[in-house]
Design a protein around this ligand. Structure first.
Ligand code: EPU
Length: 422
């Protein structure tokens, strides 16, 4: 038995949608909170299953997780105990690897199963481990578990071969208590990294340069990190998804609680395609599209380049452009499973790794498709909203990992969708 999402396409969406807090910031902020010596209150927490999985792991460590309201949680690590994280929840998401940096920083020891997450091709964590080793940790891999040990962490200069989001955040957390100064060169610059550094600094850490490619962390004593309050930044990928929905299926849609500066690359591509939009300080009004959408070429790159996470949702819109669009993926070269699913709905896409050719416009029709990963799920929701007839989306647990209240938000805009158990 499996719960599926069914969407009847062809209904024009109209109205306002509020974007939730950033998933990729949240999944790092929650492990980061255990570095504090008092309760950390985090607000605008998205209601997604990744947060549930992390809460399970926190409780496993003896951390009190108190849900104060629909989007506010208090994480109190005062009585936590370090123990091996071998709970099955570790496998449910990639971000469980942030417990490596946080536990190594706090206790000098961490034992954790191999983290899970969406399959997007190989996703090594060698840069995280090299960073921990450079700080003085020893690492063993035994019986499916990473065991990290460091009687003392000492600040050093770390150059990342690839500007990895996860490695940057993980090293930053491990280095918070390292002796002296740690410098991360070629650091990733994503807004989520700034959000994590902001939380750690509110606790009492000394991190400078987050958001640039050189981050410095002056180690502080363990007893100086206290509890604090933090509001998570809006989710730029969820916002992007609703912007594409507005362009594909909307008549007049306002997407609010966004930081437009985080979305420049998408805004310019939508404009290039002929989507009419009006950007305000913290919202964007998608007015609709000109008669014919133009094809565009996309190349995914680290921030501030075009985000790999948006490439999949945008592909659904590219099937409606007049001509050929080429999407080139430089971050996860195998991130094209959505193309095969779109073809089941009538799209004309050809994958030639690391690119996909999307030939449009093609009418889409309802079919049974599978959300092979989170953003593939988002892509299929968009395709289903414009398809003729009913689309059945399977493996929706992927969508629930990253999109808060997606049914409610879309239904409020006028979508016809429901869930069934098949
Ligand atoms: N890489 C390595 N070695 C490492 C780490 C990364 O070779 O040790 C490579 C990866 O294989 C990839 C590139 O470096 O080719 C960039 O990976 P990065 O580490 O930046 O990705 P991540 O931290 O694992 C986060 C997001 C992803 C998002 C990427 C890229 C989280 C929890 N995940 O992953 O989000 O695609 O950054 O921006 O923050 C999603 O939200 O759907 C998602 C997959």
């Amino acid at each position: 038995m499996e719960e599926v999402i069914k969407i009847e396409g062809g209904h024009k969406l109209k109205g306002t949608v509020r974007i939730s807090g950033s998933k990729n910031a949240t999944v790092a902020l929650i492990p980061a909170a255990i570095l504090a010596n008092g309760p950390v209150t985090v607000c605008d927490v998205p209601s997604i299953s990744d947060v549930d999985s992390l809460s399970v792991l926190l409780r496993d460590l003896g951390v009190i997780v108190d849900i104060r309201s629909s989007d506010c949680i208090v994480i109190d690590p005062t009585k936590m105990k370090n123990k091996p994280l071998v709970h099955e929840a570790v496998n449910k998401l990639r971000a469980s690897y942030y417990f490596m940096g946080a536990l190594l920083g706090k206790y000098g020891h961490c034992e954790i199963l191999m983290p899970g997450g969406c399959y997007l091709g190989p996703r090594p964590i060698d840069l995280h481990l090299k960073g921990f080793e450079a700080l003085g940790a020893t690492i063993r891999y035994e019986h499916g578990c990473y065991i990290l040990d460091a009687p003392e962490l000492v600040g050093t200069k770390i150059y990342l071969d690839i500007a990895s989001v996860g490695a940057t955040i993980n090293i930053m957390m491990a280095a918070v208590h390292a002796k002296g100064r740690t410098t991360i060169e070629n650091a990733a610059k994503e807004p989520e990294i700034i959000d994590v550094a902001t939380l750690l600094n509110k606790m009492g850490a000394k991190i400078r340069g987050a958001g640039t490619d050189v981050i410095t962390i002056e180690g502080v004593a363990k007893d100086v990190l206290y509890g604090c309050f933090h509001e998570i930044i809006p989710d730029r990928i969820e916002a992007a998804t609703y912007m594409v929905i507005g362009a594909a299926a909307g008549e007049d849609m306002v997407i609010e609680n966004i930081i437009p500066q985080h979305m420049e690359s998408l805004l310019s591509k939508l404009t290039e395609m002929g989507v009419e939009l009006d950007v305000k300080v913290d919202s964007v009004h998608i007015k609709g599209k000109k008669e014919k959408l133009k094809p565009v070429d996309i190349k995914t790159l680290p921030y501030p380049g075009f985000a790999t996470d948006i490439q999949q949702p945008l592909t659904a819109l590219l099937t409606q452009a007049y001509g050929q669009s080429i999407v080139t993926e430089t971050i996860y070269t195998e991130r094209f499973k959505h193309c095969y699913e779109l073809n089941k709905m009538g799209a004309n896409t050809h994958v030639m790794t690391p690119s996909a050719m999307i030939n449009g416009p093609t009418p889409l029709s309802g079919a049974e498709v599978s959300a092979t990963d989170l953003r593939c799920g988002a892509c299929l929701v968009i395709a289903a909203l414009i398809a003729d007839g009913v689309t059945t989306i399977r493996n929706i647990y992927h969508i629930e990992r990253g999109y808060a209240h997606i049914d409610e938000k879309l239904k409020a805009l006028g979508a016809k969708m429901w869930r069934e158990t098949i």
